[in-house]
Design a protein around this ligand. Structure first.
Ligand code: 5GP
Length: 170
């Protein structure tokens, strides 16, 4: 499979990350923040964002699997858990893409049960036509169509994550 077109360029992505980093710096000025990247897809977003944060920030990573069909119970399997305790902390979840919203919805419920001070969500790409309004996304990078995308952390069978832009496969 080949990349048939660039949906969002490297430059557009860089500008957006700067814009969102400014918002986050403003929002959490003078406060501690724990940034939680959801593996594997969010590793590039987190590293680009990290370089522009001017805050007392800690980074942690988590990997989960959602049980499809169990949306109401919010069950997730934790593949890799956090290293830090988030009790009474300001938490920012960073995710690559919001498709049905199931993953983020389940994850938010899970993290909420650990009693953080606050939780916000930054999702780089949002499939607007598909996305159900399950949860509020506090910072969203780009709204995209329903097509399957790769690059900027997103894969197809483990490949293409390294692309600095968002592309469509054909
Ligand atoms: P959701 O639970 O919101 O339906 O699914 C989110 C997850 O599905 C993402 O973290 C990602 O792993 C995967 N996903 C959804 N849409 C795409 C896509 O267009 N491309 C890639 N590579 N992964 C996707």
């Amino acid at each position: 499979m080949k990349i048939s077109k660039t949906l969002i360029s490297q430059e557009e992505i860089e500008n957006k990350i700067s814009e969102i980093a400014n918002q986050i710096n403003h929002k959490y000025k003078g406060q501690e923040l724990v940034v939680i990247g959801i593996l594997k897809g969010a590793f590039i977003v987190v590293s680009d964002l990290a370089k522009q944060l001017e805050l007392d920030v800690t980074f942690d990573f988590m990997s989960i699997k959602s049980y499809y069909g169990s949306e109401s119970t919010g069950q997730v399997k934790i593949v890799k858990d956090l290293e830090y305790d988030i009790t009474d902390k300001n938490v920012l979840i960073v995710e690559d893409i919001y498709d049905t919203g199931l993953t983020l919805n389940n994850l938010k419920k899970l993290l909420q049960s650990r009693n953080p001070k606050s939780i916000e969500i930054f999702c780089m790409f949002v499939k607007k036509e598909v996305a159900k309004d399950l949860i509020e996304i506090n910072y969203s990078g780009f709204e995209i169509g329903p097509e399957f995308v790769v690059g900027y952390g997103l894969d197809y069978n483990g490949k293409h994550r390294e692309l600095p832009y968002l592309g469509v496969l054909s």
